[in-house]
Design a protein around this ligand. Structure first.
Ligand code: SAM
Length: 339
């Protein structure tokens, strides 16, 4: 099905009539962690600086995206806080409110103890922090760095300055941290945070992902409910990636389960991604990218850039193909794509 009209009431629509409201912008492909499910073999080839979008370019294209109906921007990476002047881009993006409803950051939390306040002051709304284990040795084994205490301090700092609601992301991988799922739920209750469990996806640079390593969303929920009964937050999930639950006993905190492998949610996908080197990706699992950078740098007019973005949105895939026999994983890892 090919839609002729791509925008209705100021919203980008793809060819399956899905409104596109959510943009993930990767600020860098560099990362100071070496999570085994993302960058298992050390430093990836880093794109040369001249290929990366400058802050001026990011600001320019984000303004256009917001004018086309993007309501949420999430800054990610790599580790986005490795761009030292991230506050500058946050300040620039806040100019696009109120059309931009939500400006968030996904981070490994390492730099938050010192920088949470300056992010808040720059106008950031909230953070999502990755935390794969509450045990020092498992954290080190999964992330490649021995900094659990620093990340926990980062979560506390984000809470203290009000970068809320705070979401914590844990990728659950068989044989590594599935036994900690209920402990994480206890952490959510004690710290009043939204704990989100993510199924391991085939986005690792080593292409060593195996279905046997995936802990299903169903199993994650069962493991939590052995200790803490849950209730669904609401039936209407919309375009959210996670199924959300509250604790049945009324305790603070929330659980989100993101199960793209065993329970795909592509039908309601509202997301597109912009890589640090300026490529639009219409799906996490896209095998092709669209160079917005080249269009912008060719001297295209604003109207031509809008036309290009609309044409790319029409190419958004109907769904991912992880569960199909011929599935081919994207060549770029999550750290390049921008998770
Ligand atoms: N550096 C930041 C961080 O650690 O959150 C942002 C980038 S990171 C690529 C974004 C998210 O992607 C993290 O929560 C990470 O755990 C998740 N991720 C990376 N590789 C993944 C994989 N193969 N399967 C599932 N989630 C993955």
């Amino acid at each position: 099905m090919e839609a002729v009209i791509t925008r209705k009431s100021g919203v980008l629509l793809d060819s399956y009539n899905r409104p596109i409201r959510d943009l993930r912008v990767s600020l860098t492909d560099r990362c100071n962690f070496r999570c085994f499910y993302c960058l298992p073999h050390g430093e990836p080839p880093i794109a040369p600086k001249e290929k990366m979008l400058s802050y001026e370019e990011i600001e320019y294209v984000c303004e256009i995206f917001v004018s086309l109906g993007i309501e949420k921007i999430r800054l990610t990476g790599g580790e986005p806080m490795m761009r030292r002047d991230i506050e500058t881009i946050i300040r620039k993006l806040t100019k696009f409110k109120p059309g931009l409803h939500d400006l968030a950051l996904t981070t490994n939390g390492y730099f938050l103890p010192e920088r949470a306040q300056s992010l808040k002051d720059a106008g950031l709304d909230r953070v999502t922090i990755s935390l794969d284990s509450l045990k020092r040795n498992v954290f080190k084994q999964m992330t490649g760095v021995d900094v659990l205490d620093k990340v926990l301090a980062g979560i506390a700092a984000a809470k203290q300055v009000g970068l809320e609601p705070i979401k914590i992301n844990a990728v659950v991988v068989r044989g590594h941290n599935e036994d900690e799922v209920a402990d994480f739920a206890a952490f959510a209750r004690e710290n009043d945070v939204k704990m989100r469990f993510i199924e391991f996806m085939p986005l690792d640079s080593g292409h060593e992902w195996s279905r046997a390593d995936v802990v299903s969303g169903k199993e994650i929920r069962e493991r939590i409910e052995e200790r803490f009964p849950l209730e669904p937050v609401d039936a209407a999930r919309g375009s959210e990636t996670s199924s959300r639950y509250r604790f049945a006993d009324g305790a603070p905190g929330e659980i989100g389960i993101i199960a793209p492998v065993t329970e795909p949610f592509c039908g309601a996908c509202s997301r597109i991604r912009l890589t640090a080197d300026g490529q639009i990706r219409t799906c996490l699992f896209s095998t092709i990218e669209h160079s917005l950078r080249d269009v912008v740098r060719s001297g295209a007019s604003r109207a031509e850039i809008v036309e290009y973005i609309e044409s790319v949105i029409l190419k958004k895939e109907p769904r991912h193909f992880i569960n199909d026999p011929g599935f081919v994983a994207p060549s770029r890892t999550m750290s390049f794509i921008g998770g």
